[in-house]
Design a protein around this ligand. Structure first.
Ligand code: BMA
Length: 827
């Protein structure tokens, strides 16, 4: 990779090739200019301190990749495939112009049979500075309103978060971000697709398979292999450019979302053969057999319609999160990292992830991991928080992009929904271009969300639902914030009027596809990017690593301060603020998921059918709404979500003279439980207890109340759901709030190790015991303890010798965990 000297405009291939050798740096494909410069030590780590400012120049330059490759004998068909060029790129092959791209999401395939030569061939990929290019287009089509980043981004078909977001740095990358490859041979399977019709009751499936074939080949065979690799259906037919067969499956193994069943995956294999039976080309797709649909039906006793997913005939509560790209430099996200992040979502009992519209159509590894883990995918098209243009050229580029994305992703079992954009209806409303009484045509981009994209989906993926935007309220004459139909972004907590998180119940909706609370990243990660003298909560660099705000300036630190002041007494150190902000986030997530999920109620009364938190992950070390920081470390909120989304979960709320209880059963079987409620004073006295049997039907939530005396002191109520043997199935604790009005500081907390199990106990109630340690990976954490009820927490790996324990009003301390053959030693 070489930087084109300033003023080298119009340099053609010859000029590029003539650049001196020392102008060229080693670079990788897939890769970015920032990545190559970082690897060569030419720029500092943009994530450290405020280095982001020191690397802005990279985005202002032109960068060229030179790729040399040897060719032996030429095949009958020779093509070069550029799976992703970010973004404004001109390509030369052997000194001659080959192609020009201006859409990061459109793969390019070029026939080069007449251009390749035996021996050494050379590709030059010249990338223009994206912001400058986008501004040229903006100058023609005009500035448009947006939230986040430079307005020119709206004209660029490039990952929008690259221009900076309220959780991410401005790193306007360029480069071949997806593979570049030569595709040669005598024949090709250009497309392979199958539509499956599943009879759930009959356990049968019919697959309509279609293959687009090119080149030689006279016969095409299709085989369907079951998850064990056995061939369960096959057909062989004469090859035709558009070859179609029907395959039938009996005893079909159904694919289920996480928590409802297994995720058996079949493999459809297509082989194009010549008369001798030699295989000239092969392709395959992994598919899941399931019925999945978006249901909007009346909600008993309420206005509007539900917004819920039904899988294999069963209603589903979609509990999950919004996904953003896992790094600013996309080439660093390996398939293993995708699998790890998706596994973390699954381990938090999430059954849905929303690919948010300001990122990318994700890597195959992401969707494969979701197929394997049973995590449904809400897939946005790549539009976010802006009034996008709708001129013909722009639409043509979007159509090519959408067709490529739909073709690539439509076979995945996990794919639940296509969605037109993120928050573009909201911004149109805020600009007076959409909403009650406003003519539809005032909002130009409707042409994309309500015509172009649904057309592409109907043509290429007709069996999957399409939703024009998130949030969106059907009916034209309504606001996207309507709570009775469609999905909603409930940002009254944190944004807008900054409601207390305890009020989340007030902002529920049929499907809450965004809500969130910020917190600091883990202390270890934060300290790794903060210069020694900037490691205090109010420092300039700490503030730099919080991008929340608006045109008026950064305000994340101010909003955080409000939520801390509402709830806690906070210490002064960075560690204190990491714990305090993560405490508030965890509590907010507990309340939100419980208050949304309990309203899932029963069939025919699905008042709330989804809760997708903003956001699951981070792309760099930052204070944000993420549950998992960019080092892959889960925050306390991740455990709060895991508990609230467990197939069987309970929730308790303290009210005057009673406790309100909710029992949430996401399983396909009804349950009969024993509910045990105990109330403690802060000095450990048990003030009240009650036990009652409770039935909870399948796929339902039941609410009940338990009378309680009125307490004139702070208390904690612990609710446990027990099975017939008294074994705890689910638990939740509710405390007198706000916590700041009283202290929990006097508890004697005992932490012992017993093999790979931690035993936690205390003589008084303890709130939010958070355990951190080298590689510590616990089945539960950020736990509340009540006297007389020790918590046993399994560790997924061998326990470290030392851990660090923090709890509310208990400053962090080291604990030695030496386990001598089960003889625990606690400090
Ligand atoms: C919503 C999302 C993102 C944003 C988040 C937090 O707007 O769609 O655009 O990052 O809120 O502000």
């Amino acid at each position: 990779m070489a930087e084109l000297p300033v003023g080298a405009d119009g340099l053609d291939a010859a000029g590029l090739t003539a650049l001196p050798d020392d102008a060229w740096l080693p670079a990788v494909v897939p890769g970015t200019a920032h990545g190559a410069l970082l690897a060569a030590g030419r720029i500092p780590d943009p994530f450290y301190g405020r280095n982001e400012l020191d690397v802005c120049w990279v985005a202002e330059r032109r960068w060229v990749w030179r790729l040399g490759f040897e060719v032996g004998e030429l095949a009958a068909r020779e093509a070069l495939v550029f799976e992703g060029l970010d973004t404004y790129c001109t390509v030369w092959l052997n000194g001659e112009w080959l192609l020009k791209s201006d859409n990061m999401f459109v793969p390019q395939r070029v026939d080069v049979r007449s251009r390749l030569k035996p021996g050494r061939n050379e590709l030059l990929l010249c990338f223009e500075p994206a912001l400058a290019e986008a501004r040229k287009v903006e100058a023609v089509h005009g500035k448009r309103a947006l939230w986040n980043g430079d307005s020119a981004r709206l004209h660029a078909r490039k990952a929008q978060y690259h221009f900076g977001w309220d959780w991410g740095p401005e790193l306007v990358t360029c480069g071949p971000w997806r593979p570049v490859r030569r595709d040669s041979g005598s024949a090709r399977i250009a497309d392979l697709h199958c539509r499956s019709e599943v009879d759930v009751a009959g356990r049968t499936a019919t697959l309509q398979v279609a293959a687009k074939l090119e080149g030689a080949g006279t016969r095409c065979s299709f085989e369907l292999l079951d998850p064990e690799g056995r061939c369960v259906a096959s057909r062989a037919v004469p090859a035709d450019a558009d070859t179609r067969v029907t395959l039938s499956v009996t005893e079909a193994q159904l694919w289920w979302p996480l928590g409802l069943g297994a995720q058996p995956l079949y493999t459809l294999v297509a082989q194009l053969q010549d008369d001798s039976g030699q295989v000239l080309a092969q392709d395959s797709r992994r598919i899941g057999l399931r019925q999945l649909r978006l249901v909007q039906e009346p909600v008993e006793g309420e206005a509007g319609l539900s917004f819920h997913f039904e899988v294999n005939g069963h209603d589903l509560f979609a509990g999950g999160a919004n996904w953003i790209p896992d790094d600013n430099l996309l080439e660093r996200i390996t398939p293993a990292r995708y699998r790890e992040r998706v596994a973390q979502a699954a381990a938090a009992n999430m059954n849905m992830l929303r690919i948010w519209g300001g990122g990318i159509y994700e890597h195959e590894a992401f969707y494969e991991a979701c197929d394997e883990r049973g995590i449904l995918v809400w897939q946005d098209f790549m539009f976010a928080c802006g009034l996008y243009p709708a001129n013909a050229e722009f639409q043509a580029s979007v159509r090519a992009e959408a067709e490529a994305a739909v073709r690539r992703l439509r076979h995945h079992a996990c794919m639940a929904l296509w969605c037109g954009n993120n928050e573009d209806y909201m911004i149109a409303e805020s600009q007076g271009l959409a909403g009650p009484g406003i003519p539809a045509e005032r909002f130009e981009a409707r042409a994309i969300y309500e015509k172009l994209l649904p057309e592409v989906c109907a043509a290429l993926d007709p069996d999957r639902a399409y939703w024009p935007g998130s949030p969106f309220t059907p009916g034209g004459d309504v606001k996207s914030s309507d709570v009775t139909v469609g999905d909603r972004h409930s940002w009254e907590v944190w944004h807008q009027q900054m409601l207390p998180y305890q009020n989340y119940a007030e902002v529920q909706a049929r499907f809450v596809s965004e809500f969130g609370m910020q917190s600091f990243p883990s202390l270890a990660l934060f300290e790794s990017v903060l210069p020694e003298d900037e490691r205090f909560p109010e420092s300039r660099t700490v503030q730099w690593h919080n991008k929340a705000g608006s045109a008026a300036g950064p305000d994340g630190h101010r909003r955080l301060a409000v939520y801390l002041a509402d709830n806690l007494r906070v210490g002064t150190t960075l560690a204190d603020h990491v714990y305090a902000t993560q405490f508030v986030q965890a509590e907010a997530m507990r309340v939100a998921y419980q208050d949304f999920r309990r309203r899932w109620q029963k069939p025919g009364a699905r008042a709330v059918s989804g809760a997708l938190v903003w956001q699951l992950n981070d792309c760099w070390p930052v204070t944000s709404w993420a549950l998992i920081d960019s080092s892959g470390t889960v925050k306390p909120a991740w455990h709060a979500v895991r508990r609230a989304l467990a197939p069987l979960a309970v929730a308790v709320r303290l009210e005057a003279g009673r406790a309100r209880l909710a029992i949430m059963n996401g399983g396909l079987e009804g349950r009969t439980l024993a509910l045990q409620l105990r109330v403690f004073a802060m000095d450990g006295r048990e003030l009240a207890s009650a036990r009652a049997a409770q039935d909870v039907p399948a796929v339902s939530c039941v609410e009940t109340t338990q009378p309680l005396p009125t307490f004139d002191e702070p208390v904690v109520a612990e609710l446990c759901a027990l099975d017939d043997h008294g074994f705890e199935l689910a638990r939740d604790c509710a405390w007198t709030e706000p916590f700041k009005f009283y202290s929990l500081g006097a508890a004697r907390i005992d932490v012992k190790a017993e093999g790979q199990v931690l035993l936690l106990s205390s003589d008084r109630p303890v709130k939010g015991l958070w355990l951190v340690g080298n590689g510590l990976s616990l089945a539960d954490n950020f736990v509340d303890i009540v006297p007389g009820a020790p918590r046993r927490i399994a560790s997924k790996i061998a326990l470290p010798e030392r851990i660090f324990a923090t709890a509310l009003d208990h400053p962090g301390r080291q604990i030695a965990l030496v386990d001598k053959g089960g003889v625990p030693q606690g400090e």
